[in-house]
Ligand binder design. Structure first.
Ligand SMILES: [Zn+2]
Ligand SMILES: [Zn+2]
Length: 240
């Protein structure tokens, strides 16, 4: 696994770069012009808090009192080609995709970058990590750290157990369940710290919110969330 990634890197440095999606030759590592045009990049107008793209000024998704993160931003809409990229990223191509996704993330965090004390990945459970051999979000953070010089602290949050299928539970119960599946490492003080949480996809925001709630209760002053993709909420079906 490690060796083949290493060899891939050598190959990618020696040969001209190709589009990470369609493998067309490109000048710089990333996606080709055609693929670029197919991706729905998230820009204004969008909600200043949850980052949801929207037509008018009022956001119906985050006017609620259980929002614990201060602001969420995402690079692209999770559909079509963007969705394929994320699925490939999760499924074995993470080392190729992480540096590119990190460049995109680095662009959208510039507004608040200077405030951030700790760069923290949304954790996955040990069981899942063992199966995948890595947490792809950690790889994103490692690449983002190189570009942004943020202080990367992967061990602040832990996912202690797998979140069970939640569809049968009501909203409040789901929220409690999700929150209980994460914990904050008490050995690292987050008091008065500004945290930037990184994840690959944000759907309803429930996972990011559960992490943000724990971090705020442990004393964090602000929690920002940045993800590579986001589901447009009228299409949202899962609980992550
Ligand atoms: Zn392409
Ligand atoms: Zn909103």
């Amino acid at each position: 696994m490690i060796m083949s990634d290493f060899l891939k890197r050598i190959r990618d440095t020696l040969l001209p770069p190709r589009c990470i999606y369609c493998k067309e030759y490109v000048e710089r590592v990333g996606v080709c012009d055609n693929c670029w045009r197919e991706i729905k990049w998230i820009s204004e107008p969008k909600c200043k808090i949850c980052g949801q793209p929207m037509e008018d000024e009022s956001c119906k998704y985050c006017i609620r009192d259980d929002n614990f993160f201060d602001r969420a931003v995402s690079v692209m809409v999770y559909e079509g080609l963007a969705r394929h990229l994320i699925l490939k990223f999760k499924d074995g191509e993470a080392t190729l995709y992480a540096p590119i996704f990190a460049q995109w993330l680095n662009r959208i965090i510039q507004d608040f970058l200077r405030e951030v004390d700790f760069l923290v990945p949304v954790p996955i459970s040990l069981k899942r990590r063992f199966k995948r051999k890595y947490n792809q979000t950690e790889l994103l953070c490692i690449e983002l750290q190189k570009l942004s010089n943020l202080h990367y602290v992967p061990e602040i949050l832990k996912k202690s157990k797998e979140t069970a299928m939640q569809k049968s539970l009501n909203k409040e119960r789901r929220r409690i369940n999700l929150r209980k599946s994460f914990s904050v490492n008490e050995k690292i003080s987050v008091k008065d710290k500004v945290i930037l949480l990184i994840d690959d996809v944000i759907t309803t925001g429930a996972t990011a919110n559960a992490c943000a709630e724990l971090l705020k209760k442990a004393g964090a002053s602000k929690v920002y969330v940045a993800t590579v993709a986001r589901v447009i909420l009228k299409n949202a079906i899962s609980n992550s």
